[in-house]
Write a protein that binds this ligand. Structure first.
Ligand code: NAD
Length: 458
């Protein structure tokens, strides 16, 4: 394998995992972040967020992996620089590219200040999720940065390499991806990226994480605009699949069908597939809401009404309100009621609370006069003090003590295996369990003495 020298700008969920995985497979990697505290912590072996397997991976790859706040030095040394900074939604839903832009300019400046002798052009890889056309935009900004600092005669290529990792299994997803997508308008940049990813594509790196024989990873090469669109289309499809099953769940409730059985029945059809067919509170997190919003904004920029995507969002918003409606149906007034939220992270196995449904539900319940107590096995620490409307506890039974109702918001293993009889014994009447993830069997809950309400069933 050819060893590359790699820079990764943005040591967040995507950047840090990418950096650690590339170091694990044999490259030399420097992660750059503007957050000094984050970099200092990483240099002392502290990972700034919860991601299974990441701390061990960083420790194992440590001699090929370093952390800094100094971008210019890194740009001068590396063959490839990944941009993995955040692209949050702006006011109108479109992606805010200001961090990507400032990194691109800084890369251009650094290149111009020390052009040196490069064996090959610097490859600037956009891993942040960005709208179509951002490849050209980044290329322009690198050039402008170079013109600010010198004569602008610098040699670089821009590549789009969207990321598909899932928080909670990010290390696994990066080492054993379903596919690697690369967009570039120049062949030589794609060749460099193919060589960089070779150990992952060929699956020939040391595999402590998964000793099974592995097939080669599909490697999709295309133009930059298509690569950028693949990322948005993938997330929009997944969000739509969840909204679809939630639409069906609403109809199931009316006709007396059980959506969990319906999902099993349709999911076995190979054309449909069983994943992402869980009805409930709906999708949240740092990616789906912002990426669907960004894609809708792109469509509108061109005068195209994204009707299906609009409906995807409408259905998702309705699912949150369904939680309130289900509570109101059995509790009548929500004023003066204590309600336990079981799970706060936007999904299991992460401590990420960005756009978590729990936060919106807590706000809504508080505005209706309830007292809201939230439990999460991992995200509780982060959730403390986040919302004045939400009291955070570290034990699920403490949350359930004296609660009139509990809502399963995140289907953590710790939430799925609660002792329902114990829960019923410490809750207040009507001991309502609103199962926002259809995590429990309705009969088990009823036998334990709870009033059970699922989504699309019971
Ligand atoms: P994050 O917020 O976890 O991390 C971003 C990091 O970038 C932070 O540490 C921040 O300090 C750093 N940063 C911001 N501006 C910087 C600058 N100018 N210079 C140096 N560092 C800077 O974000 P994330 O979740 O890793 O997402 C990064 C990108 O990847 C986004 O575009 C996101 O949409 C995309 N993405 C995220 C996921 C995911 O599951 N989180 C999955 C696929 C794609």
């Amino acid at each position: 394998m050819e060893q590359f020298s790699v820079g990764v700008v943005g040591a967040g969920y995507v950047g840090l995992v990418t950096g650690a995985c590339l170091a694990h497979v044999g490259h030399r990697v420097v992660c750059v972040d503007r957050d000094e505290g984050r970099v200092a912590g990483l240099n002392e072996g502290r990972v700034p967020f919860f991601e299974p397997g990441l701390e061990e991976l960083i420790a194992r790859a440590r001699r090929r992996l370093s952390f800094t706040t100094e971008l210019p030095e890194v740009v001068r040394e590396v063959d490839v620089v990944f941009v993995a900074v955040n692209t949050p939604p702006g006011e109108d839903g479109s992606a805010d590219l200001s961090s990507v832009a400032s990194v691109a300019r800084a890369v251009g400046r650094a290149l111009a200040e020390a052009p040196g002798e490069r064996e090959r052009p610097l490859v600037v890889v956009n891993k942040s999720t960005v709208p179509t056309g951002s490849g050209d935009y980044v290329s322009m900004l690198v050039r402008e940065g170079a013109e600010e600092a010198g004569d602008g005669k610098v040699d670089y290529r821009v590549v789009s390499n969207p990321e598909f990792l899932r928080e909670g299994s990010a290390v696994y997803d990066s080492l054993f991806p379903d596919r690697i997508v690369l967009g570039a308008d120049r062949r030589d940049a794609l060749d460099t990226m193919r060589a960089l990813y070779e150990p992952i594509i060929e699956q020939n790196f040391p595999a402590q994480l998964d000793p099974r024989p592995r097939d080669a990873v599909p490697f999709v090469t295309t133009d930059t605009a298509s690569a950028e669109m693949i990322k948005y289309a993938a997330n929009a499809f997944l969000a739509t699949k969840i909204s679809f099953i939630n639409e069906i769940a609403g109809i199931c409730e009316l006709v007396g069908a059980d959506v969990t059985n319906v999902a099993t029945g349709i999911g076995l059809d190979g054309r449909i597939g069983s994943r992402f067919l869980s009805a409930g509170i709906g999708w949240g997190g740092s990616c789906f809401p912002k990426d669907v919003a960004a894609l809708r904004a792109i469509a509108r920029e061109y005068g195209h009404e994204p009707t299906l995507l609009d409906a995807t969002v409408t259905v998702n918003a309705r699912q949150r309100r369904q939680v309130i409606a289900k509570l109101q149906r059995d509790l009548r007034t929500l004023k003066g009621k204590r309600i336990a939220l079981l799970g706060l992270a936007f999904k299991p196995n992460t401590d990420d609370l960005r756009e978590a449904p729990s936060l919106e539900i807590a706000r809504l319940l508080h505005s209706l006069g309830s007292r809201v107590v939230g439990y999460d096995p991992v995200a509780a620490k982060r959730a403390v003090g986040l919302l004045p409307e939400l009291k955070v506890v570290f034990d699920p039974y403490e949350a359930l003590e004296g609660a009139h109702a509990a809502v399963v918001v995140t289907e953590w293993e710790e939430v799925r295996v609660l002792d329902l009889e114990r829960a019923a014994s410490i809750m207040e009447s009507p001991k309502l369990l609103v199962d926002g993830r259809n995590a429990y069997h309705p009969e088990d809950a009823a036998t334990a003495g709870l009033l059970y309400r699922g989504f699309g069933r019971g």
